[in-house]
Write a protein that binds this ligand. Structure first.
Ligand SMILES: Cc1cc2nc3c(=O)[nH]c(=O)nc-3n(C[C@H](O)[C@H](O)[C@H](O)COP(=O)(O)OP(=O)(O)OC[C@H]3O[C@@H](n4cnc5c(N)ncnc54)[C@H](O)[C@@H]3O)c2cc1C
Length: 281
C-alpha cells in the first residue's frame, strides 16, 4: 500500500543534492525494498528518480513531480568474482565492499559520490575507467510495467545503457580477484588525487560539461580566464575550471547564469559545450 511507504512532503531539495541548491519538493518517497519501489513505479505516471543527487541542479521553484529516492535500496552481495547490488547502494560503499572481498575493478571510481543506479545511468568514470565496463547484467523496470534483465547492451562516454523511460533496479558486476592491500592502496591514491585536483571542500555537481571529441571544457575555461568568475553565490572553481561551486547560498538561477556565460564564451571561440549535469525545471 502506497500509504505505508516512507515519504516526506514539502522538503527542501538542497538537502538532497550535492550542490546544496533547490526549492521545495512536493513529495519524496523512500522505498525500502524492491516491492515498494515497483508498487510506486506502477502507480505513478510522472516521477523523477533520485540517486545521490550528485549530477543534478534542482530549480529554485517548487518541484511538483513526485520524487523517488533510491538510497534505501542498498543491498549488495558477492558471488565468486561477481557482485550484485541494488540501485541505491552508494558507490563509495560498493568500492569498500569489493575491496574487503578482494575484488578489483572499482579502484579508480572510488570517491565519485554516486549511487550505483546514478553511476550506471551516467556511465560514471574517472582516470580512464568507466563503471559500465564492469557491468555483466542489470535489471530494469520499463514504463509498461515489464521488468527485464539485460545482458547485451551498449554504452558510451557518460551515457549508460539505461533508456530515459527505464528505471534501473539492480546490477551485477564482474570483477577480478586481487590482493586486498593492493586494491586499498590504489583506492587511497585515487582519493588523494581527487582531493588535490577537485574542489571537494565546496558543494558542486562535479564537472558541468562533457568532454568534447577533441577538447576539454575545463582546459578552455581556464585558458579564457574564467576561473573565479562569480554570479551570486556560484563560482567557477579556481582548482578545477570544469566545476561550478556553491560558495555562498547560490541559487539555481545563479548557476544557470554562470553556465550561460561560459556557453557564451565557448560560442565566441567556436565551441559548443554539452552539459553533463542535469538541469531540472
Ligand atoms: C565532487 C564530485 C565529483 C564527481 N566526480 C565524478 C567523476 O569523477 N566521474 C563522473 O563520471 N562523475 C562525477 N561526478 C558526477 C556524479 O557523481 C555522477 O554523474 C554520478 O554518476 C551521479 O550519480 P547519482 O546517484 O548522484 O545520480 P543523480 O544525480 O541522483 O541522478 C543522475 C541521473 O540519473 C538518474 N537516475 C539515478 N538513479 C537512477 C535509477 N536507478 N534508474 C534510472 N535513472 C536513475 C536521475 O534521474 C538523473 O537523471 C562527481 C560529482 C561530484 C559532486
Amino acid at each position: 500500500m502506497l500509504k505505508n511507504i516512507e515519504k516526506k512532503r514539502n522538503v527542501l531539495l538542497k538537502n538532497y543534492c550535492t550542490f546544496k541548491i533547490g526549492g521545495k519538493a512536493k513529495i519524496i518517497y523512500f522505498p525500502k525494498n524492491n516491492d515498494e519501489l515497483i508498487e510506486l513505479l506502477n502507480k505513478k505516471n510522472k516521477l523523477f528518480i533520485l540517486g545521490n543527487g550528485s549530477n543534478i541542479l534542482f530549480p529554485d521553484s517548487r518541484f511538483e513531480t513526485p520524487i523517488i529516492c533510491t538510497k534505501k535500496l542498498n543491498k549488495m552481495f558477492v558471488q565468486g568474482d561477481c557482485v550484485f547490488c541494488e540501485a541505491g547502494a552508494s558507490l563509495f560503499e560498493l568500492c569498500m565492499f569489493c575491496q574487503k572481498h578482494g575484488l578489483s575493478g572499482f579502484e579508480k571510481l572510488y570517491g565519485i559520490p554516486a549511487t550505483v543506479g546514478g553511476a550506471i545511468v551516467m556511465n560514471a568514470g574517472a582516470f580512464g575507467e568507466e563503471i559500465c565496463s564492469k557491468l555483466k547484467s542489470f535489471k530494469i523496470f520499463k514504463k509498461n510495467g515489464e521488468i527485464i534483465e539485460k545482458k547485451n547492451f551498449r554504452y558510451a562516454y557518460r551515457k549508460g545503457p539505461v533508456e530515459d523511460d527505464e528505471i534501473l533496479l539492480s546490477a551485477i558486476f564482474k570483477l577480478k580477484k586481487e590482493k586486498k592491500s593492493k586494491i586499498l592502496n590504489e583506492m587511497m591514491e585515487i582519493f588523494q588525487k581527487r582531493k588535490t585536483l577537485q574542489p571537494y571542500n565546496y558543494p558542486s555537481a562535479g564537472s558541468v560539461f562533457k568532454r568534447g571529441e577533441n577538447f576539454l571544457p575545463a582546459k578552455l575555461i581556464d585558458e579564457w580566464g574564467l576561473k573565479g568568475l562569480k554570479v551570486g553565490g556560484a563560482c567557477v572553481s579556481d582548482k578545477h575550471a570544469g566545476f561550478i561551486i556553491n560558495i555562498k547560498n547560490a541559487s539555481s538561477n545563479d548557476v544557470k547564469k554562470l553556465i550561460e556565460e561560459i556557453e557564451r564564451n565557448a560560442s565566441q571561440h567556436g565551441f559548443v559545450f554539452e552539459k553533463e549535469i542535469k538541469v531540472l525545471k
